[in-house]
Write a new protein. Structure first.
Length: 89
């Protein structure tokens, strides 16, 4: 659920916003300045320890070439696995 707040209102209600995120983690607060959304306040994504390493190893297996003389730079292709996009489920 998204709630739109002005920056003044967000400053006043910040403690209550933080408390509400504990009870309903799916809530997103959009902060506006002059009716333009400039920020979002939401609960951070929890990633299990080692999950990024597992994704990197899986990606490495997928990207292997048949010839061993070519090395593919894995670090250039893992952003989609390490960082979660805003709208992804």
């Amino acid at each position: 659920m998204k709630n739109v707040l002005s920056i003044t209102e967000a400053r006043k209600r910040l403690p209550s916003i933080i408390k509400s995120l504990k009870t309903s983690p799916d809530t997103v607060y959009q902060v506006t300045v002059h009716d333009e959304v400039v920020a979002e306040i939401k609960k951070p994504l929890v990633i299990k320890p080692g999950e990024a390493a597992v994704k990197l190893l899986e990606l490495r297996k997928k990207l292997r070439y048949k010839r061993k003389r070519y090395k593919l730079p894995i670090s250039e292709n893992v952003k989609e696995h390490l960082y979660v996009a805003e709208d992804s489920p």
